[in-house]
Design a protein around this ligand. Structure first.
Ligand code: GDP
Ligand code: MG
Length: 162
């Protein structure tokens, strides 16, 4: 089974995507102290694909300029364990300095990456999704993790990236 890590700054919808992909088969919550405390792992289903998925959680919100150390460590650990990355940004708020910090982390990893423009439901989201090209991580895949839109495109993008 391959592993996908969900990466992105706080509030872009990582946990919402995790919950939707894992459905009711929510797996273990990692209670070990330290950087792994808020890392959740589960078994994801997407079409005919089954894979391990890692949700990374922001422990501290922090200011834009300095990504809090624990969050960075947690993100780097998740990336290290992953065979592919779902990198999320928020189509509604547009790109922030934090998005670029996280983008640089995943860029360095050099792993298969799917750039996800989340919260892309409706017109505001569609317009915002195109802004994702500016991260230099390839073509954004518009998604609405909350409403369940765009999962066929996510499947196609994942298949292509692997
Ligand atoms: P995380 O911090 O990246 O894990 O983000 P969460 O999954 O906790 O979501 C942050 C907020 O964004 C919550 O209020 C969600 O309901 C909302 N959200 C998540 N996905 C979507 C989406 O597809 N569309 C909209 N409009 N809101 C969303
Ligand atoms: Mg979360």
């Amino acid at each position: 089974m391959f592993t996908v890590a969900i990466i992105g700054r706080p509030n872009v919808g990582k946990s919402t995507l995790f919950n939707r992909l894992v459905g009711k088969k929510l797996a273990l919550v990692d209670d070990r102290p330290g950087v792994t405390r808020d890392r959740r792992e589960g078994e994801a289903r997407l079409g005919d694909l089954t894979f391990k998925i890692i949700d990374t959680a922001g422990l501290e919100e922090g200011d834009a300029a300095s990504l809090p150390g624990r969050m960075r460590a947690q993100t780097e650990m998740a990336i290290e364990h992953a065979d592919a990355i779902f990198f999320l940004f928020d189509s509604r708020t547009g790109l922030t300095p934090d998005d670029r910090v996280f983008a640089n982390l995943v860029r360095r990893a050099g792993k298969p990456l799917i750039l996800i423009a989340n919260k892309a439901e409706g017109r505001a989201g569609e317009a915002g999704a195109v802004e994702g090209y500016d991260l230099g991580l390839g073509e954004p895949t518009p998604l609405s993790a909350e409403h369940g839109d765009g999962f066929a495109s996510l499947y196609a993008a994942l298949r292509e990236a692997l």
